[in-house]
Ligand binder design. Sequence first.
Ligand SMILES: NC(=O)c1ccc[n+]([C@@H]2O[C@H](COP(=O)([O-])OP(=O)(O)OC[C@H]3O[C@@H](n4cnc5c(N)ncnc54)[C@H](O)[C@@H]3O)[C@@H](O)[C@H]2O)c1
Length: 246
Amino acid sequence: LKLAFIGCGAIARFHLDGIKGHVPRVDVTTLVDIDGSKAQAYAKETGGRAFTSLGDALAEGDFDAVDILLPHDLHEASAIQCLEAGKHVLLEKPIAPTLDACDRIFQVAAQSGCVFMVAENSQYWPEILEAKKHIDAGTIGDIITARAAFIYPFDEYWFKEARPWRFESGRTGGGITIDGGSHWIRPLRMWMGEVKEAVGVLDHPLRQMEGESLTRALLRFESGKTAIFDAMMIDTTFAPDPWWRV
Ligand SMILES: NC(=O)c1ccc[n+]([C@@H]2O[C@H](COP(=O)([O-])OP(=O)(O)OC[C@H]3O[C@@H](n4cnc5c(N)ncnc54)[C@H](O)[C@@H]3O)[C@@H](O)[C@H]2O)c1
């Protein structure tokens, strides 16, 4: 499979290492980034060809599928552009900043005849699958409630630009809940079923971030069971706090 990376930023490193380590049948032939130096660096590493625009890559590149690794506000346009060009699409989470934008992507994907997949990785984490196995088999009894806590120290690795897009809610679609928090919400849904109701409060302890950097939410699932979803990002020391309790 010939693959194009659309976006060669922070998460691209993890995708490329994963491919190099585990997926020999994937050949990264095309690297796109508006910052040409980033695309060039990955092109050197992979032997692929660098582009500074998706349009140019679609016109001239040699690839069957794309791995979209862009800021959230660019997901919809780039995913639709690639699907309409007949490329299979792996799209980083979150799908898009709004539900309407997600629906528009799904509609084009359904009509495209291409494979469309969201790169939500927490659903494959071994501890998540192990917990699901025991929940489904009933070996830990009836589930009463659960807690997911995305309590994460601020890490500059994800905030490298002079004005990081992650600080702008117009670009992310919110704050930490739609970003890293999505990896904690997905397992709750795998274990507990679909969320029916959510209430919560938001706050902004990480002052540079326009969107929320603190979320405390109560979820009720279609089953009637409840869970807590906590999320916080701030530049300070945390006491140990488990990521999960079921
Ligand atoms: N699954 C995970 O665990 C995980 C972790 C981190 C990030 N992500 C997701 O990956 C995506 C990218 O995040 P990131 O941390 O790599 O961001 P990043 O800012 O480090 O990388 C984005 C890259 O896109 C490039 N870019 C911006 N506009 C562009 C355009 N118009 N055309 C081409 N390139 C353009 C930027 O120059 C940058 O190199 C986001 O959806 C994020 O939520 C997922």
